[in-house]
Design a protein around this ligand. Structure first.
Ligand code: MNH
Length: 450
């Protein structure tokens, strides 16, 4: 699955390390500091106490930061980009939350398993046959899973050598939107009409594909997210289209990043990998895992939590003052002023100890979690506007990673140093794994015994 030039649209056209650099700056200038990405100002917050204060829904509310607001031509006031006080958000949140209950998750589970089967088929072909590009394949996986659970369709990500037209249109549109709010106007003009034209084309393509999916839906027995929306009379066609694009935009890059970072952590910490693998063997045995068995991987869950601490794939979220106020008794804010919580910096606050950059899943042992302030860990955002897909993402990550470590020996290039590509999210760049079948290698070992 690697070595092809199929994901050109995924390449970081907006090549920047702005968020990563800001994490370093936070260590000198935090807990509140300002930086500018080309044309867009950020007031960053990185300290636990201030983040806890910002979580107070009476004084503060989610701010749809310009980098998110820029997506509105594509997703309108879908869940991610709506204002909290907008009645549309309330309605849509109610409808969609029912797509993520325990009961709904049980129905998503077999769909996820089917996608993971596609992934292992693809990886089996790569066994002893050169490295796989981890981020590309985790992107395919996350995309197929959200498409399957969202509207019961495959986007063919494992079959096509090229990205699906939908994915191309989506990634290009997201980049275009972000560039529009970050690049200085003169460069914006240089990018010019051709870009704007292509952007308009992309938006219509996205709309057309989604409208086709909606139109093709006759089977009301399906219990996917689309079925939920169609059966709720409160959402019109345009709103449903916006929500579907929102789910794809919000749901696959973030999850793909988390999957790839977790594999990176495992490949570079053999002791952690060995323990996680023992757990999978013990809890799952050789069978395809049942729904409950996924949550049964308690140690792997800590590995995932710790990956999301060091490399939260969504780098931040913004909060706005509802009235004039003083944050932390020290930082005056006018009503409407916003601050951007820099999650990877928050996750390196001194409350995490002295060795904050060390990968240590035991930080998430129950007692140690209880000993930390409640707002020290925010990979999924905050309060009523926290991620609606959180359980969906965590279930999927444990299922995918559990399946992969049970099946494969994975070797990364010892010379590889983690590089992170940024767009709306953060994902590893250039991270590759060489694969061998674990069973086979165990047999080989036995065979080589005298
Ligand atoms: Mn998700 C909101 C991170 C997976 C759908 N998500 C958020 C926010 C963060 C976030 C942070 C808050 C943004 C803000 O305040 O501006 N999300 C993640 C991460 C993963 C993730 C780190 C994976 C790991 N998210 C998913 C998946 C889906 C999804 C999977 C869909 C199935 N997320 C959303 C939606 C929102 C959101 C929708 C907006 C919810 C709301 O405001 O009502």
């Amino acid at each position: 699955m690697s070595g092809t030039d199929d994901n050109a649209a995924d390449r970081p056209v907006l090549a920047t390390t702005f968020m990563q650099d800001s994490v370093r700056v936070s260590q000198r200038e935090g807990p509140v500091f300002q930086r500018t990405l080309f044309n867009l100002d950020f007031t960053f917050v990185s300290g636990v106490d201030l983040v806890a204060e910002l979580a107070d829904e009476q004084r503060f509310v989610k701010h749809v930061y310009p980098n998110l607001a820029s997506l509105r031509p594509m997703v309108g006031d879908g869940l991610l980009t709506a204002e909290t006080d907008d009645p549309h958000w309330q309605t849509a949140h109610g409808v969609l939350a029912s797509g993520f209950t325990q009961q709904a998750m049980r129905r998503h589970h077999p769909r996820m398993v089917a996608v993971v089967d596609d992934l292992t088929r693809a990886w089996d072909r790569a066994v002893n046959a050169g490295p796989v590009d981890v981020t590309d394949d985790m992107t395919r996986t996350a995309l197929e899973i959200i498409a399957a659970a969202g509207f019961g369709q495959s986007l063919g990500a494992f079959r096509l050598n090229q990205s699906h037209p939908f994915v191309r249109a989506l990634t290009e549109t997201i980049l275009h939107c972000i560039r529009r709010v970050t690049l200085p106007p003169d460069i914006g003009v240089l990018l010019g009409r051709r870009d704007e034209h292509r952007y308009a084309e992309n938006v219509s393509r996205l709309n057309a594909i989604v409208d086709d999916i909606i139109a093709a839906r006759h089977d009301t027995e399906e219990a996917d997210l689309l079925a939920h929306m169609l059966s709720a009379r409160s959402l019109d066609r345009r709103a449903i289209r916006h929500q579907i694009i929102t789910f794809l935009a919000a749901g696959y890059e973030t999850t793909a990043g988390a999957l790839a970072f977790t594999l990176y952590a495992l490949a570079t910490h053999p002791d952690v990998l060995a323990r996680a693998r023992d757990e999978v063997d013990e809890v799952w045995g050789e069978q395809s895992p049942q729904y409950e068995q996924v949550a049964g991987l308690r140690y792997l869950r800590r590995v995932i939590d710790e990956s999301l601490r060091l490399w939260p794939s969504a780098p931040g979220y913004a909060r706005r003052a509802r009235t004039d106020t003083i944050l932390g008794g020290k930082y005056p804010m006018r009503a409407g002023d916003a601050m951007f919580v820099l999650i990877p910096a928050l996750h390196r606050d001194p409350v995490w100890g002295r060795d904050v950059d060390r990968f240590d899943p035991d930080r998430f042992l129950r007692d140690r979690v209880a000993a930390r302030p409640a707002h020290a860990y925010k990979p999924f955002g905050s309060g009523v506007r926290a991620c609606i897909g959180r359980q969906f993402a965590l279930h999927q990550i444990a299922l995918v990673i559990g399946t992969l470590i049970r099946r494969y020996e994975m070797r990364s290039d010892p010379a590889y140093r983690l590089r992170i590509q940024e767009a709306l999210t953060m994902r590893p760049a250039g991270f590759a794994l060489d694969l061998a079948l674990r069973k086979e290698s165990a047999d080989d070992r036995r065979r080589s015994l005298p």
